[in-house]
Ligand binder design. Sequence first.
Ligand code: SF4
Ligand code: SF4
Length: 249
Amino acid sequence: MLYRTMEKTGDELSVLGFGCMRLPRKGMGIDEERAIRQIRYAVDQGVNYVDTALIYPGNEGLRYAASKGLGVKRTPAEWALRWVWNHPEVTVVLSGMNDEQHIEENIRVAGEANPNSLTKKELDIVGRAAEAYRATNRVGCTGCRYCMPCPAGVNIPGCFEAYNTDSGTLQSKVMYHLRVGGKMDGARPAYVSLCKDCGKCVKVCPQHLPIPEVLREVARDYETLGARVIGGATVYALRLMRWNTMRNA
Ligand code: SF4
Ligand code: SF4
């Protein structure tokens, strides 16, 4: 494990911090036995920074969809960690870890990733991966849900996820209406057009996204009359199919 010094306090922190937002789950709660084993293992390997907060547990992992067959045998997570640690100004990287294999991999990389250690070729690979990632993700939402709940009922991360999936294809528009419109699970509609522009979400978004502005873009693209009609027709067709299946069962 490598360590870096905090400029202000002089504390020697392990370059890998254990983010406890994504501890392993069992049923509706945390798998405590496994989580304790994982944290002890990380501490035994030299991790001396563990991050937690009241609002933690219960979120999906951040997916770094960057590597597109770029040829070197590293996982996307390893690439991401090596890139971040390449910056000398970075002291600790907090990684939400809930899988033993991921913890072992992160600890291995944390013992090797010195500042300014990436070669030009490696930096180019990361640059190309970043371009590919941006091309398929129109909004840089990580799904952290800090902006939720929205007082107007908009499912902000859900809308952005649908908007990022398949980038504007007819299929993604239908999926948007099925998912955000509550047509599949009977939940209250949570369309972007419900946004009242109160600005509450903007203040808490760690990615500093201009959320209401982007939501308006999503509405322009995904809430057109055509998309609504096709979405409605798809729901009707799915219900008909389900009814037919039940009748024939
Ligand atoms: S700006 Fe819109 S999306 Fe954001 S919290 Fe207010 S109503 Fe919800
Ligand atoms: S706070 Fe920002 S990044 Fe997090 S889910 Fe909301 S919009 Fe996405």
